[in-house]
Write a protein that binds this ligand. Structure first.
Ligand code: PLP
Length: 386
């Protein structure tokens, strides 16, 4: 019998898509489902961006383009990094990818060897662990504690570093907890990486999605020239999840390698979405301010609502559009509680364990939904726990 590769048995998927399938199955049978499991904004892509994409298609910008990205978008990203991160990377450091996720995949492929150790947060976005395991490396989990507002403690990183440590993956604002690392914490992590000669991948997909606080990047320390890699993209704050567009700022040597990964895997990122991306970065930015105003109202509504339910305890996160309530007093496991909410109340959420063992005792709600649906979900859950 032919055998699949060993790596293919080690890579894994995302519970969000499994829960979505279960919820859709119930919907087919006539159950009214309120969706809080999906990690994407509930707004449409801004019209100016859509029109730029359509114009690019009509202008026949529909052919192969450089695998590393079109120069016009790479220049727009260069300006964007200068504006938002305070340093101007060289053009050669900028790589365009079809969404941020391939940026995680290809940068990990170019950094990590089998047997290496990769440090990341627990709970965290499942891709980091999946790719670590695929590569035959060992995941070293840093617990995110509710007592510390789910922020990673740099001392916990220090304690776990040894001569096998190759990479630290950080994500701030964070999925699933919504936590945002402080400038000091970010700089401390960057220093630890420098002292120990370790790479950092910084997943900054929620960089423009903070409340009452500012986003910082570890790439400020070396301007992504030596060991830090910045990943960001258009999916979340431009509501462009389906366009598949992201970018990386990396050391030049790595960008050159990534170019070959991209040639081998995808040839290039879709040409016309890149033109839409230029419009997103250089056009009117009020879309983001408006979206964040609305998200702030929704965050406060869901946090207050969840805290009014017996057995639930919810912090007020400073970023992204997720809340991560503690449900330990319900005396159910995360998995059981998520299934209970889906089957008995028609409220689809993710168990905290979908993001690692540290998520036990928590649920993740994505509040990219209407105020009406948030209120309705809270009412339905409250009735279950009265
Ligand atoms: C932390 C994090 N990184 C990356 C992604 C994926 O981004 P993209 O859709 O641009 O690949 C997500 C999406 O949920 C995410 O939460």
């Amino acid at each position: 019998m032919a055998q699949l590769s060993k790596g293919s048995s080690r890579i894994y998927g995302e519970a969000a898509f499994e829960i979505l399938a279960k919820a859709q199955e119930l919907e087919k049978k006539g159950t009214n489902i309120l969706h809080f499991e999906i990690g994407e904004p509930d707004m449409e892509t801004p019209l100016n961006v859509v029109e730029a994409g359509i114009k690019a298609i009509k202008d026949n910008k529909t052919h192969y383009v450089p695998s590393i990205g079109i120069p016009e978008l790479r220049k727009a990203v260069q300006n964007e990094i200068e504006k938002t991160r305070g340093y101007r990377p060289d053009l050669e450091q900028i790589v365009i990818t079809p969404g941020l996720k391939p940026g995680i995949f290809f940068s990990m492929l170019s950094i990590v060897n089998p047997g290496d150790e990769v440090i990341y947060q627990d709970p965290s976005y499942p891709t980091y662990g999946s790719v670590t395991s695929f590569l035959g490396a060992k995941g070293i989990l840093i617990p995110l504690l509710e007592e510390n507002d789910f922020r990673m403690n740099p001392d916990d990183i220090k304690k776990r570093i040894n001569n096998k440590t190759k990479l630290i993956v950080i994500n701030s604002p964070q999925n699933p907890t919504g936590s945002v690392l402080t400038k000091n914490e970010i700089m401390e992590i960057a220093e630890i990486a420098e002292e120990n000669d370790i790479y950092i991948i910084s997943d900054e997909i929620y960089s423009k999605m903070t409340y009452e606080t500012t986003h910082y990047t570890p790439t400020m320390r070396d301007e992504a020239k030596d060991r830090t890699v910045l990943l960001d993209g258009f999916s979340k704050y431009y509501a462009m999840t389906g366009w598949r567009l992201g970018y990386m700022v990396t050391p030049i040597e790595m960008a050159n390698r990534l170019q070959d990964f991209l040639v081998s895997a995808i040839s290039c990122t879709t040409s016309f979405t890149q033109w839409a991306g230029i419009e997103a970065l250089t056009g009117d930015q009020t879309f983001i301010t408006d979206m964040m105003k609305r998200f702030l109202t929704k965050r406060d509504r869901i946090v207050n609502g969840l805290n009014s339910i017996s057995g639930f305890n919810c912090l007020s996160p400073k970023g992204a559009f997720y809340v991560f309530p503690n449900i330990k007093n319900t005396e159910m496991t995360s998995e059981k509680c998520a299934n209970y909410l889906l089957n008995k109340a028609g409220v689809a959420v993710l168990p905290g364990t979908a993001f690692g063992p540290g998520g036990e005792g928590y649920l993740r709600f994505s509040y990219a939904n209407s105020i009406g649906n948030i209120d309705e979900a809270i009412d339905r859950i409250k009735q279950l726990f009265e």
